[in-house]
Design a protein around this ligand. Structure first.
Ligand code: GDP
Length: 427
């Protein structure tokens, strides 16, 4: 069977921890979208790791890690990451890379940077990892698929010339930068081929066979529902679909095999990049939550930038869970809220004087003001608690309030960054 682990919000909900935890009982973990532009932070017996491309199951010997066809594959970054974990004593992961994955080229990263510079104060807050230029090229059919490294050299060179012509028109005329060198591009691709060669295969055929044999497959999403290009806060979104449904495409598995969709929701909100964020808080209140948040503060795993902070948003999370097709909610980082006397929760959006609990499109979202309700805090440390009944009453009330508002069952509660900091709740 296939289980998807995805985010309900803007990302950074703690998907890495939940995937790492569920990987104990899984055989294969697949990254199906996105690239090295976001990171999962994982704390386990080997130490603390920020993963950007590798799936969060790489720490076990019994799992196979797959980079699916939907991923924006930054080849040097992938191997830097493999080295960064093996240097810390983690055994070399069993890694497979889809022959249908496309590669992020160095010029994608340059284009990302040049465009953000050109936009100035209107920039998207991109991580400048080349993701938007990469996916634009994929859908313009001028991307480079791993399989093309194995075709005939002349065709590859002809394609490079065609791509360079388009890229150079923009580089020279729009950005006033030096043109690309076709020979350099060819050499870069041959370098990538050498690095990838031992890992490349038809991963969808591998997964098909594994599913026939009754193996358990996890699909690990990056970012969250609100960053989906179709269903999120367009245009302040990422460039590949962040939804579980896309897992079928980005991994190459039948959609009907996805039996469980675990949507990860953080007990408060955080966001990176620009865009409407209705329950956002500022000043000392935000600084304190940011400092106490996650495991060592809410700072980007890829960029180190301070994340924008806010209270839990029931409107956004209800929508985020619905659009994912949630079967289970994993409610994370709840331990962090133990310092508050009262915990505000956003229960509605006031748009031009009318209150709604339906998440609107971006134009309306920009006008939304949060309707807050304050719930009593529990004022103690809940780390180490293993049973739901042992949580303080106000803490259970907070969970049950959120569950009712979002309308999806919270079956897992994460009360610490470690693999074992989890409370299962049978619904
Ligand atoms: P992801 O991209 O969705 O995997 O999320 P991130 O890794 O960016 O952010 C989650 C952060 O919260 C990481 O630093 C995790 O170690 C940490 N974390 C995850 N679950 C919990 C939890 O239940 N409690 C605490 N305190 N930290 C957690």
């Amino acid at each position: 069977m296939v289980k998807a682990i995805v985010g309900a919000n803007w990302g950074d909900e703690g998907k890495g921890k939940i995937t790492d935890m569920l990987a104990q009982d899984a055989d294969i973990i697949v990254r199906f979208q996105g690239g090295a532009n976001a990171g999962h932070t994982i704390v386990n017996k080997y130490g603390k790791f920020a993963l950007h491309t590798l799936p969060s199951g790489v720490f076990y010997d019994h799992t196979t890690s797959i980079i699916g066809n939907g991923v924006a594959l930054n080849v040097p970054k992938l191997f830097e990451e493999v080295k960064s974990i093996t240097d810390k004593g983690v055994p070399m992961p069993k890694l497979l890379v889809s022959d249908r994955a496309q590669m992020v080229m160095p010029y994608h990263i340059d284009f990302d940077r040049f465009e953000e510079e050109r936009l100035g104060k209107n920039s998207f807050g991109s991580t400048k990892s080349g993701i938007a230029p990469f996916y634009s090229d994929k859908y313009s059919k001028i991307g480079f698929q791993v399989s093309e490294l194995y075709g005939d050299t002349e065709s590859l060179k002809a394609k490079i010339a065609r791509v360079a012509e388009i890229k150079n028109a923009m580089l020279v005329n729009l950005y006033h930068k030096p043109a690309l060198d076709e020979k350099d591009l060819f050499n870069t691709l041959m370098e990538y081929k050498k690095m990838l060669d031992p890992f490349v295969c038809d991963t969808s055929a591998f997964l098909w066979k594994a599913l026939k044999e009754g193996k358990t497959v996890l699909l690990e999403g990056q970012l969250g529902s609100l960053k989906d290009p179709d269903h999120g806060i367009y245009p302040m979104v990422t460039s590949s679909s962040t939804l579980a449904a896309y897992g079928a495409i980005g991994a190459g598995v039948p959609p009907y095999e996805i039996k469980q969709i675990v949507t990860v929701c953080k007990a408060y909100s955080s966001a990176v990049g620009a865009g409407a964020f209705v329950s956002e808080i500022f000043g000392d209140e935000a600084d304190e939550l940011r400092r106490r948040g996650g495991d060592g503060g809410e700072y980007g795993a890829t960029t180190g930038r301070p994340r924008r902070m806010g209270w839990f948003d029931c409107v956004a999370s209800k929508y985020g869970c619905r659009i994912q097709g949630t079967t289970d909610v994993a409610f994370t980082v709840l331990d962090v809220l133990g310092y508050l006397d009262e915990i505000p929760v956003c229960v509605g959006y006031d748009i031009d004087g009318e209150v709604t609990t339906d998440f609107p499109t971006t134009v309306m979202l920009e006008k939304a003001k949060p309707v807050l309700k304050k719930l009593p805090g529990w004022k103690c440390d809940i780390r180490g608690i293993k049973k739901y009944e042992d949580l303080p009453e106000n803490c259970r009330n907070y969970i049950e309030f959120v569950e009712k508002e979002i309308g999806f069952p919270i079956t897992m509660i994460s009360n610490g960054p470690g693999r074992d900091d989890i409370i299962y709740r049978n619904k």
